[in-house]
Design a protein around this ligand. Structure first.
Ligand code: EPZ
Length: 424
């Protein structure tokens, strides 16, 4: 199994990184291809493992998928009716496969849709109860049999009002896709406003030439059912989580990094927190530059749905804070187990203590290389950051988690002068 071998300490890293398209935007956009009669073309796609898995799922359902790595494009063509069974073998490796429920139900509401339940993951319980409750409010019947969610609406879907008990990103995307062809209007209350959700909305609106999906309140979303979607094309937004991860390579090494192909407005809280720590931030419409002073300040922050600090960026900043003199505090409010990087960073000599949803980090003068293991995508990046700053060699195991969301990471880091190798 592949590992990263990282030699540190890497100090004062400087350079520019071209940010890839957003994985978490690309996944619902790909799922939404099911709603179209003909074909869709996505550009600026990140060809990471999760995106390729979603492409395999679409192929399995009968779509034609053409990928150009050189042009970073994916074309999906729907020649025939989709198969209506989303198999366990693919969905079990990627939770975002649950997005196919909403798309298939939206397109084929009167048929029976079978979707293997995507289950929990290492971030804690990740149920789809809100998604199902949303589908039911549109008139769908739900059953669970042999591990498969079965959905159908004999008389078609009819618009209704559904309030998410807690903001859910894929839940909102799923309910939008289910509502596109529903009769009348659907109102989603307490909807997610994550940039990735807005990206899906703008793709669907532009593909129909009418603004049939719109926010009528801060978290109130209205979807006026339309007749059909034929074809569409869209440029995926830059990945705000990957962008923050790369900026933090600059911060942990007290260097200067510019990230291109990212809208700074997608990371308002993250940039504010970096400024509070004493980093100098410069932005343009599509780039962010961070210049980290030698002496940074500890900081307290909380995760919450956008526009607050993203839970995905939390472990990344946690890694940085292990090297910042003084006591920092993090409150995690989205997932129940989002501090998985902490014991691994402690292996490198960090001092992080966890109590319920709060982490206290006491910054250390030095970290020391060690053998570590990653347990999810973002904690893998946090461990990589710690290893970059640590004195000596670190081996990061289970980096397959990393391949799920960061495109050609070793190549990007090497270009910045970081000593990283992929070993078996
Ligand atoms: C998306 O997951 C992202 N994944 C996650 O990124 C991200 O961490 C998360 O949103 C929060 O921002 C994709 O976009 C593919 P949620 P999602 O539904 O949509 C609870 C990464 O590293 N909940 O917004 O699955 C849930 O348990 C990944 O790229 C229910 O209780 O997350 C959580 O506490 C990891 N019932 C909270 O809501 C439900 O039916 C928010 O989850 C749905 C959610």
């Amino acid at each position: 199994m592949k590992q990263y071998l990282i030699k540190g300490p890497n100090k004062g890293v400087r350079g520019t990184i071209e940010c890839d398209g957003s994985k978490n935007s690309c996944l619902p956009l790909l799922a939404s291809s099911i709603l179209f009669e003909d074909s869709i073309v996505l550009t600026n796609v990140p060809l990471v493992k999760d995106v390729l898995t979603m492409c395999n799922l679409l192929e399995e359902l009968g779509a034609k998928v053409e990928i150009s790595e050189k042009n970073k494009t994916i074309k999906i063509t729907n020649k025939k009716k989709h198969k209506l069974v989303v198999p366990y073998k693919l969905i079990s490796t990627m939770r975002a496969g649950a997005l196919l429920m909403g798309a298939l139900l939206g397109k084929y509401p009167k048929n029976k849709i079978f979707c293997a339940a995507s289950g929990g993951c290492s971030l804690g319980a990740r149920p789809t109860n809100f998604h199902i409750a949303g589908f039911k409010s549109l008139g769908a019947k739900y059953n669970l049999k042999n591990g498969y969610t079965i959905l159908s609406a004999k008389n078609g879907l009819i618009g209704n009002t559904y309030k998410f008990p807690k903001v859910s990103v894929t839940g909102t995307c799923n309910l939008i896709m289910a509502s596109v062809f529903a009769k009348k209007t659907t109102t989603i209350l307490n909807a997610s406003r994550e940039p990735e959700v807005l990206d899906l909305i703008s793709f669907l609106n532009n593909s129909s030439n009418s603004k049939f999906i719109k926010f009528t309140g801060k978290r109130t979303l209205q979807i006026r059912g339309i007749k059909k979607l034929i074809r569409g094309s869209h440029k995926v937004i830059g990945d705000r989580i990957a962008a923050f991860s790369y900026l933090c390579v600059g911060v942990i090494t007290r260097g200067k990094i510019k990230v291109n192909n990212i809208n700074p407005k997608h990371l308002p809280k993250e940039l504010e927190v970096l400024k509070r720590m004493g980093c100098e931030i410069k932005t343009s419409n599509s780039s962010i530059t961070v210049n980290a002073k030698k002496k940074l300040k500890p900081v307290s922050f909380k995760t919450n749905p956008w526009p607050e600090f993203a839970t995905d960026n939390q472990p990344i900043l946690m890694a940085v804070l292990t090297t910042v003199d003084g006591k920092s505090k993090i409150e995690e409010n989205v997932f129940s187990q989002r501090f998985q990087a902490a014991p691994e960073l402690n292996r490198l000599g960090a001092s992080i203590s966890i109590k319920r949803n709060t982490a206290i980090i006491v910054g250390q003068k030095k970290l020391y290389g060690a053998q570590c293991i990653s347990s999810d995508l973002r904690s893998s990046f946090a461990i990589i950051l710690g290893s970059i700053a640590a004195i000596g060699s670190s081996k990061v195991q289970r980096v397959y988690h990393n391949f799920r969301g960061y495109y050609q990471l070793p190549k990007k880091l090497k270009k910045l002068g970081i000593n990283i190798k992929v070993i078996n």
